[in-house]
Design a protein around this ligand. Structure first.
Ligand code: SAH
Length: 349
C-alpha cells in the first residue's frame, strides 16, 4: 500500500467500502497471527512524571494530582496475579518517573522473571540508554514507546523536551531499543488537534519502515485539565477527527501495512464505545488486549484521559470481562508469551 492509497482509505466514509477494508484487515490478521487474542496484564506502576505533554492527564503540569509509585511488593503481587490468571506478559507502565531507579527496577524485573517466567514489557517513557541497557540485561523483553505523531512540528508542540534538555527524538530511541534486542512497539494517537490526514498516512508508513513488533493506536481523548483539553475542535484544514471510526481505520491499515505485528484493541477505544469497542477493534485487525492489574486504589490516579474505561474494575473483573468478550467472538485466549513471530522468508524452489 502506498501513501495515496492509505490517504484514500483514511478519508473514505462510505460504510460498504469501509466494511471491505475491515474484512481485508481481519482476514490478514487471521492468516498471519491467527485466532488467539494475547492478554497482556497492565500494571501502572507510577503516575509520577517529569514531562509536560500537552495531552496527558498525568503530566507534571497537573500540580493538583496526587502522585504514587507502587512498591516492589505491590508490583510483584500484581505480576503473580498475571501468572495465576494465565496471562503471558506483564506490561510495566508509568509516567517518566526519575524515582524509578535503574537498579531498583532491574531487581524487580529479575524477580518477576525468576518467579513467573512471564514476558516483560516496559513502557516508561524516554529513559537513558544506560537504563534501557540495564533493564534489558535484567530480563525485560519488550519496550513500548509511541511516537504519537510523525509530524515533527506537531510533536514538538505537544511534547516539550525533558527539563534541562533541548530536544527529544523518539524515533532514534526506538531504533536504539531495537538494537538492544527489545521487541519494539510504538504507535500514535488519532485526532490530535493539528493532526492532518497526510501526517496520519505518514505515521502508518513509518510503522512499516520501523518494522515495529507492536503497534498501539487509539483515539485522542481531551483531558479538560491539560493544555489540549480545551481544543476539542481544531479548525486546521484536513484535521483528523478523534472518532471511533478513525481509530478502526487506522487499526485496519496498520494490520495491512504490518501483517505480523501484535496490535492491541486499546482502552481508549473501549472508552469511546464501552459496549463493543474492544470487540470491534479485534474484528478490524487487532489481536491483543491489555487487562488492567493495577491495584484499585491507584487506578483512578492514572487517568490519562477522563472517563477511562475499566477504571473501577478489579483485576478479577477485568479478566472475566475480557475473557468473556474473546470467547463470545469465537476467538481464544492466547497461550504463552505471544511474541512477534517473524515469517521465514519465502523459499523459491
Ligand atoms: N510515560 C509513558 C507512558 C504514557 S501513557 C510514555 O510516555 O510512553 C501511554 C500512552 O497513552 C501514551 O503514549 C499516549 O499515546 C496515550 N495517551 C496519553 N494521554 C492521552 C489522551 N489524552 N488521549 C488518548 N491517549 C492518551
Amino acid at each position: 500500500m502506498d501513501k495515496p492509497q492509505i490517504l484514500r482509505w483514511l478519508e473514505e466514509t462510505r460504510p460498504a467500502a469501509l466494511e471491505r477494508l475491515y474484512k481485508l484487515a481481519d482476514t490478514i490478521r487471521c492468516q498471519r497471527v491467527g485466532n488467539e487474542v494475547h492478554l497482556r496484564g497492565l500494571i501502572e506502576i507510577s503516575n509520577t512524571c517529569c514531562r509536560s505533554c500537552a495531552y496527558c492527564g498525568i503530566s507534571a503540569l497537573r500540580g493538583g494530582l496526587k502522585r504514587y509509585r507502587m512498591t516492589r511488593l505491590e508490583i510483584l503481587a500484581a505480576a503473580f496475579k498475571a501468572k495465576a490468571f494465565g496471562y503471558g506478559t506483564v506490561v510495566l507502565q508509568a509516567g517518566e518517573d526519575k524515582g524509578i531507579r535503574a537498579e531498583w527496577l532491574a531487581g524487580i524485573i529479575r524477580a518477576i522473571k525468576e518467579k513467573t517466567r512471564l514476558a516483560i514489557t516496559l513502557s516508561l517513557g524516554e529513559r537513558t540508554l544506560r537504563e534501557l541497557k540495564i533493564w534489558k540485561k535484567a530480563g525485560a523483553d519488550r519496550y513500548l514507546l509511541r511516537f504519537e505523531t510523525s509530524d515533527r512540528n506537531l510533536f514538538r508542540r505537544i511534547h516539550p523536551p525533558a527539563p534541562g534538555k533541548k530536544t527529544t527524538d523518539r524515533i532514534k530511541l526506538l531504533r536504539f531499543l531495537r538494537g538492544l534486542g527489545y521487541e519494539t512497539g510504538s504507535g500514535v494517537m488519532i485526532g490530535i488537534p493539528g493532526q492532518t490526514f497526510e501526517s496520519l498516512a505518514n505515521d502508518i508508513l513509518l510503522f512499516r519502515k520501523l518494522d515495529l513488533d507492536m503497534i498501539g493506536v487509539g483515539p485522542f481523548i481531551p483531558h479538560p485539565e491539560t493544555p489540549l483539553g480545551a481544543t476539542t475542535k481544531s479548525t486546521i484544514p484536513g484535521q483528523v477527527p478523534n472518532t471511533e471510526e478513525m481509530a478502526y481505520k487506522v487499526i485496519a491499515l496498520a494490520r495491512i501495512a504490518c501483517p505480523e505485528a501484535n496490535i492491541p484493541s486499546t482502552t481508549a477505544l473501549a472508552t469511546l464505545n464501552r459496549a463493543f469497542g474492544r470487540e470491534k477493534g479485534l474484528r478490524r485487525g487487532a489481536n491483543v488486549v491489555m487487562p488492567n492489574l493495577t491495584p484499585l486504589k491507584y487506578r483512578r490516579l492514572y487517568e490519562l484521559y477522563p472517563a477511562k474505561a475499566c477504571l473501577f474494575e478489579t483485576a478479577e473483573e477485568c479478566r472475566a470481562c475480557l475473557k468473556h468478550r474473546i470467547l463470545g467472538m469465537g476467538r481464544k485466549a492466547g497461550k504463552g508469551a505471544g511474541e512477534r513471530k517473524r515469517r521465514a522468508p519465502a523459499i523459491f524452489l
